[in-house]
Design a protein around this ligand. Structure first.
Ligand SMILES: C[S@@+](CC[C@H](N)C(=O)[O-])C[C@H]1O[C@@H](n2cnc3c(N)ncnc32)[C@H](O)[C@@H]1O
Length: 314
């Protein structure tokens, strides 16, 4: 992969406005990706600012670290206060506590980066032929190939129904089990073809395998479990901060979460409503913020982005 790889950050101006960065503040990016959002914030924090970058993908994290250090301290990137932490964001609050830092801004831009979905070797997309992997962190133990070839039919159907919200889940699972008895399912194109054969009738505008791919990716990476853990940690930190106890989230800090489908947005909405009803924070997005037509035209992934935000304390 060359250095020309980029990931266009979604809702860039909206994220800046929501986080409201000031020179010298501490910014925590739970999903650094290629550092798109982080670089925009870094330019506003200046050399006295501190940035914590987290990602479960070492390749993305390494790239983000270099560009963010340059954006934070263009004259002396080596002296930039950038902490790069590789791992699941579910574990991030502990790492921030260990650094003894308090966040003035936190962002989580959920899902995958373009470097991941456009890499055929990751097996995240039926647009490319590749191995059925789907791990965002290649050191994780379970691949989509293992799930598809070993799970009982009932469990496969449940994953496709719950995480893909696909009404044809049972039929797809039954086809997958029949096909794997003939020969293990090891590639994205074979999976896509089997799913397509399970769904009769005219083709709509989206590929019939879209939901199955989403479901398997969510299951392989335990995406909703990680999100729940992050939301729980943010809630605990807000509660502590509200009570005047030490917390990794500063009073007055702004937190933004960008979801890309309803399975992500629902728990975020629920968590914010719990935090606000306890007076631990105030919501600063009455409705989720969505991309305008111009952004969607230049970055189609922004079409489904929903940004919700809060300010810690009352
Ligand atoms: C949409 S991209 C972030 C893009 C970034 N905001 C930018 O502007 O470049 C999502 C990133 O989050 C990472 N990621 C997804 N789930 C994660 C998790 N549970 N823990 C840590 N990183 C995660 C992915 O590896 C990916 O690099």
């Amino acid at each position: 992969m060359g250095d020309e790889l980029t990931h266009i950050p979604v809702l860039p101006e909206e994220v800046i406005e929501l986080l409201d960065p000031h020179p010298g503040q501490v910014y925590v990016d739970c999903t650094a990706g290629l550092g798109g959002h982080a670089c925009m914030i870094a330019e506003r924090l200046g050399p006295d600012g501190t940035i914590i970058l987290n990602d479960m993908d070492q390749g993305n994290l390494d790239r983000a670290k270099v560009s963010v250090a340059n954006a934070l301290c263009p004259d002396a990137p080596g002296s930039a206060k950038v902490h790069a932490i590789r791992g699941n964001f579910a574990e991030l609050p502990r790492a921030i506590n260990n650094l003894g830092l308090k966040a003035d801004m936190v962002i989580a831009d959920l899902g995958f980066a373009s470097t991941q979905v456009d890499d055929p070797q990751r097996g995240l997309s039926f647009r490319f032929s590749g191995p059925l992997d789907m791990r965002l962190d290649p050191s994780m133990p379970i691949t989509a190939e293992e799930l598809v070839n070993t799970l009982p039919e009932k469990d496969l159907a449940q994953i496709i129904f719950r995480f893909g919200e696909d009404k044809s889940a049972r039929r797809i699972a039954s086809k997958l089990v029949a096909a794997r008895e003939v020969e293990p399912i090891t590639t994205t194109d074979r999976l896509a073809e089997i799913v397509r054969s399970a769904i009769p009738g005219p083709r709509g505008s989206i590929h019939p395998a879209t939901k199955t791919f989403q479901a398997l990716r969510i299951a392989v990476n335990d995406e909703l479990g990680s999100l729940d853990a992050l939301l729980r940690s943010i809630g605990i930190a807000l509660k502590k901060s509200h009570a005047g106890n030490p917390s990794w989230i500063a009073t007055g800090a702004r937190v933004g979460i960008i979801a890309f489908h309803s399975l992500e947005d629902r728990p975020v909405k629920r968590a914010i409503s719990e935090w606000t009803s306890n007076d631990w924070c105030e919501s600063i997005t009455r409705k989720p913020i969505e991309a305008g037509d111009a952004e969607i035209a230049s970055n189609p992934r922004a079409r489904s982005a929903k940004l919700r935000g809060i300010r810690a304390g009352k």
